[in-house]
Design a protein around this ligand. Structure first.
Ligand code: KG4
Ligand code: ZN
Length: 396
């Protein structure tokens, strides 16, 4: 089954053709980063206009790269929630026009589901979905999925460590060879510009939110801290790059005390702001956008590295707590733009990560998620009635 996936929820115009939810035949992403780097952030109206210009050429290229004609496409999948209203509109209106024109079933997909399913798609630029940190890769292809390698070694070693520390938690997973695809039940750590959640998945297409941020999302926090440090938009990759030359132990930031499996990141952002003010010797009333002028490159690198370490540690701590509460967990998958972060990948060597090229927004993950939705009985939407939801939970 060949599905055309269309994604326009934020500032990437993307389309891809994926076969059977797994094999990427094409994956075209046009990013608007260049435009928004000038402004230091996304301007929704500009994003929508850029999508409008790019969407049809992007879809044409996705079909051409996949060597497909419209007759070869079995369904169209489009992101309809959550995201920027104008951006979502361009994708859904285009998808519905094409569905009507070419008489294709149309599926409306939730953006976070798509991010999670980026862990299943392979091929094209997405050769390997596994974290490279501390792992041994076997050259054996996985069950007819060329490019996907089976991973050898212990599984969820981090969890076993918790088990040792907390002997009362009856939780132990040991597998000599783990499958190339995540297995259920699983926990998904969703880390993006708009969301920070831990999801429990009993099965395909079953999502239960067991932890969520009570304020800022992690990606948003990276972006805001980057601004304080004078690093370019988007902040996540800029911080990761600057951190390479920094000392992660230079500054210590407190971890928020949030109940259960929920997160909070606004305090961390403020803690960085206060530490920078202290470092350069200005009062807390000093305008934050001027701080960058007082920082030297080494200080920027040290703040970037120390902040990144704190952010990653907070994620890992909560994930470990979640694993303690869900002892039947078979796999951990990480999803969303922040899953591109190398420090996070190294901190979770036993988890599944999308190929870095599929961590950010793309159409392949939309098509992938759609395939598994269809498998679990989800029906197409009426193209004349498709709706967008800028803010809606994955559980709805
Ligand atoms: O998933 P995504 O592309 O868009 C949303 O659905 O929000 O995530 C974008 C977020 C941005 O906040 C960006 O700064 C962050 O992902 N990001 C990173 C990295 N690459 C992108 N954060 C940390 N490290 C990275 N390497
Ligand atoms: Zn996203």
């Amino acid at each position: 089954m060949k599905i055309l996936g269309i994604e326009t929820s934020c500032d990437e115009t993307a389309a891809a053709v994926v076969e059977d939810g797994i094999k990427i035949l094409s994956n075209v992403v046009v990013s608007q980063i260049d435009i928004f780097a000038e402004y230091g952030g996304v301007i929704p109206e500009v994003a929508a206009r850029s999508h409008l210009e790019a969407i049809l050429p992007v879809i044409d290229k996705a079909l051409a790269d996949a060597r497909c004609r419209w007759g070869d496409i079995d369904a169209i999948a489009v992101t309809h929630a959550p995201g920027l209203l104008g951006s979502l509109l361009i994708g859904t209106l285009t998808a519905r026009a094409l569905a009507i024109l070419y008489d294709k079933p149309l599926y409306a997909v939730h953006h976070l589901k798509s991010h999670v399913y980026a862990n299943w798609v392979i091929g094209g630029q997405a050769e390997s979905v596994l974290s490279s940190a501390g792992l041994e890769f076997s050259s054996t292809s996985y069950a007819g999925h060329p490019g996907k390698t089976a991973r050898k070694g212990s599984f969820l070693g981090a969890v076993r460590n918790i088990r040792v520390e907390n002997p009362n938690q009856g939780f132990m997973l040991q597998k000599e060879q783990i499958p190339a695809c995540p297995t259920f039940p699983l926990l998904a750590l969703v880390v993006s510009g708009g969301h920070t959640q831990i999801l429990h998945m009993q099965e395909h297409n079953q999502f239960e939110i067991i932890g969520t941020t009570i304020d800022d999302a992690i990606g948003e926090c990276f972006d805001k801290v980057a601004k304080i440090l004078g690093l370019p938009y988007p902040g996540g990759p800029s911080i990761a790059k600057a951190a390479l030359d920094g000392d992660a132990g230079k500054y210590e930031f407190p971890h928020p005390k949030v109940d259960g499996l929920d997160f909070s990141f606004s305090g961390l952002k403020t803690a960085v702001l206060r530490a920078v003010q202290k470092e350069v010797g200005v009062p807390i009333s000093y305008p934050s956008h001027k701080l960058k002028e007082l920082l030297n490159p080494q200080q920027v690198a040290d703040f970037a590295a120390s902040f990144q370490k704190a952010a990653v540690d907070i994620l890992v701590e909560k994930l470990e707590k979640a694993l303690g509460q869900y002892p039947d967990t078979q796999s951990v998958v990480v999803a969303g733009g922040v899953s591109a972060n190398q420090a996070l990948r190294e901190a979770l060597p036993e988890a599944y990560f999308p190929s870095p090229s599929l961590s950010g927004d793309n159409g392949a993950m939309v098509a992938g998620a759609c395939f598994f939705e269809i498998q679990s009985g989800v029906k197409p939407v009426d193209p004349y009635k498709i709706n967008i939801y800028p803010r809606i939970s994955i559980e709805k």
